[in-house]
Design a protein around this ligand. Structure first.
Ligand code: SAM
Length: 320
């Protein structure tokens, strides 16, 4: 078993299908350029092979499909239909929701049960200002379609003081009304935010979020699974919400995440640019590939930090 001195293992794999995104969110894409792929992105067949080998080499039993924006790439359908056939305990998808209506059928056909949709505001103008593209109504229709199809929906919101700081309660109400768990993601010092880029002005801490929510609701903290990224809270009679408090309450000591980028690199930690290429190993037979992968995974586990320290790599290249 591959385990470090803190008892951390890799259990969750995040696979970035492409670094390209149809949005260019202000806090994620510094140059505002959309749809920029990484060089030499792997096809769906290779990514699926990598998932199978990584599953065999470690105890991975949970997969999240992410990006970039996973729904923009033509390989999405093949990857989704392939990965949902694997014996995994949990498969989920993170998307900005802009293409959900177009991909509804394949998502339903695949049998996917859970989906996380990123949405930072319900105000169409602010939506355009933050995402620098896209259309709010289309995303909201996509959310309704997923709920109607019976998927468990979570919404991720990054609260930013200067942009959507007023939208915390409206977003929470919208989610509670629909039985959706809203997860606030504290702004992370990634990419241009690592060296300023408005991080201090825009950051809203877990404490400030809870103070704001307390003005409308009574809530209590509830248990979260050991390796959960989110602190969870219950509002009696209304529902739950979560806070991914990377800065206020780092969860690095129980992190079980491993990331595979669209161009075939493994990342053991979001706060480290150290990476290892596995694109050539997965073409080898398993008795050759697995020992090599296990060595790499040990090294990737060693990259895990004790707290998030900021990272120059842009989130969309590693797979958020
Ligand atoms: N395109 C997909 C989406 O929007 O969900 C998947 C990739 S996106 C990089 C994954 C998540 O990372 C989104 O919820 C986004 O808001 C979040 N994110 C990106 N940069 C961030 C940052 N600097 N701090 C906090 N969250 C960030």
């Amino acid at each position: 078993m591959i385990v470090d001195r803190l008892g951390r293992q890799f259990r969750n794999l995040r696979v970035s299908l492409t670094a390209a995104c149809n949005y260019a969110c202000t806090y994620c894409v510094p140059d505002g350029k959309r749809l920029m792929k990484a060089q030499n992105e792997m096809p769906a067949t290779e990514l699926l092979k990598a998932v199978v080998y990584l599953q065999q080499a470690t105890g991975i039993d949970k997969i999240r499909i992410t990006g970039g924006e996973p729904l923009v790439t033509p390989k999405f359908d093949d990857f989704l239909l392939g990965v949902t056939k694997l014996p995994l305990q949990d498969i989920s998808l993170t998307t900005n929701g802009q293409l959900l209506l177009k991909k509804k059928e394949v998502i339903i056909d695949s049998g996917l049960k859970r989906i996380n949709i990123s949405l930072d505001t319900l105000n169409p103008l602010k939506f355009q200002q933050i995402a620098r593209s896209g259309d709010l109504e289309t995303v909201l229709a996509g959310i309704d379609a997923m709920l109607e199809a019976g998927l468990k929906v979570k919404i991720n919101m990054v609260p930013l003081r200067s942009q959507n700081g007023q939208d915390i309660l409206p977003m929470l109400d919208y989610c509670l009304d629909r039985g959706i768990e809203l997860r606030f993601i504290e702004l992370m010092r990634m990419g241009h935010l690592v060296s300023g880029g408005g991080f201090q002005q825009d950051f809203i801490s877990m404490e400030s979020l809870l103070d704001e929510i307390r003005t409308r609701y009574e809530f209590a903290r509830t248990d979260a699974p050991y390796d959960s990224t989110a602190a969870r809270f219950a509002i009696p009679g209304r529902g739950t919400f979560g806070i991914i408090a990377n800065e206020s309450e780092p969860f690095c000591r129980s992190c079980t995440r491993l990331r595979l980028s669209s161009d075939g690199y493994l990342y053991g930690c979001l706060s480290s640019s150290r990476r290892q290429y596995i694109g050539d190993i997965i073409d080898e037979p398993s008795h050759v590939a697995l020992p090599k992968l296990q060595k790499m995974l040990l090294s990737a586990l060693d990259d895990k930090k004790l707290a998030f320290q900021g990272e120059v790599t842009v989130m969309k290249f590693i797979g958020g």
